[in-house]
Write a protein that binds this ligand. Structure first.
Ligand code: COA
Length: 244
């Protein structure tokens, strides 16, 4: 059997699983190499090949207590951490405001109850943390401890890009929180996650969101079709490494 070796802190890449051909985003901490070519294998296939292989990922983020969700990033006013199922009530409240979901492409398809919100959290961001090592995060106000929004990076399977997304409670708008959170997430993407490129998808004319994208350094790239809707794709590239 090929020797499987885990390389930490390598550049992420997109690859098909060598077992089931499912497309994988192979992030830092879980690249697997056999011979001189890099291959990726999903958890399930790794287990089928050899039940003793565990695909390890360095996702500790410095966390000391395993019962706590890892803090991803801290900004001046926000704690950006992974969602947990118990965020369901706050997540439901955030998404039930029609003004908050007006430009998110979900319309009335968001969670209709706290239980549905819990299922969405488990199936989307929480599954993303496990699969890719990152996903949309809960934005918690440091002063009040309240979950006021969501912001983060998400790998979009259908477009093969890493997308920056955000939404905040209406009562929090206009205070610069989205920009503060989005900047931190772009830094995370180009820093700890070693991404080369991050995109933002936005409805043309949705000025507040376009301003956030521009303020984190993104520029209009082109129109793309996303799940049947034409959306504007904004892009920012990783900064060139500085030479001394
Ligand atoms: C988009 C959203 C996240 C912005 O959050 P926010 O915390 O109010 O954003 P900020 O305070 O950081 O402001 C960002 C910029 O948008 C501008 N802005 C905010 N509301 C605006 C409005 N109604 N019209 C025009 N510009 C607006 C701000 O002035 C600021 O730009 P400036 O610094 O040049 O003045 C928030 O409106 C939201 O949650 N909307 C619902 C969800 C959503 O649409 N998400 C994006 C999907 S693509």
């Amino acid at each position: 059997m090929a020797q499987l070796l885990l390389i930490e802190n390598a550049k992420p890449f997109i690859s098909d699983c060598v077992g089931c051909a499912r497309r994988l985003f192979v992030g830092p901490g879980w690249r697997i190499v056999a011979g001189d070519r890099a291959h990726a294998i999903c958890d399930e296939c790794a287990f089928k090949v050899d039940p003793t292989i565990t695909v390890q990922r360095d996702r500790s983020n410095g966390r000391l207590d395993d019962s706590m969700p890892p803090t991803i990033v801290e900004t001046r006013r926000l704690l950006l951490r992974e969602f947990v199922p118990d965020d369901a009530a706050a997540f439901y409240e955030l998404n039930r405001d029609p003004e908050v979901v007006r430009h998110t492409g979900e319309g009335n398809e968001g969670p209709q109850s706290v239980e549905e919100a819990r299922a969405v959290l488990v199936a989307r961001p929480i599954a993303d943390y496990r699969r890719f090592g990152f996903g949309r995060c809960a934005c918690v106000c440091k002063e009040t401890g309240e979950l006021v929004g969501m912001c983060g990076l998400k790998y979009l399977d259908d477009l093969g890009v890493v997308d920056l997304g955000y939404r905040f409670q209406r009562t929090s708008w206009g205070r610069g929180l989205a920009t503060e959170a989005a900047r931190a997430m772009v830094e995370l993407g180009f820093g700890r996650l070693s991404l080369g490129r991050i995109v933002g998808l936005v409805e043309p004319g949705h000025t507040p969101s376009i301003r956030v994208l521009e303020k984190v350094g993104m520029r209009f790239d082109r129109m793309v079709d996303y799940r049947g809707d034409p959306v504007a794709q904004y892009v920012v590239l990783a900064p060139e490494p500085q030479t001394l």
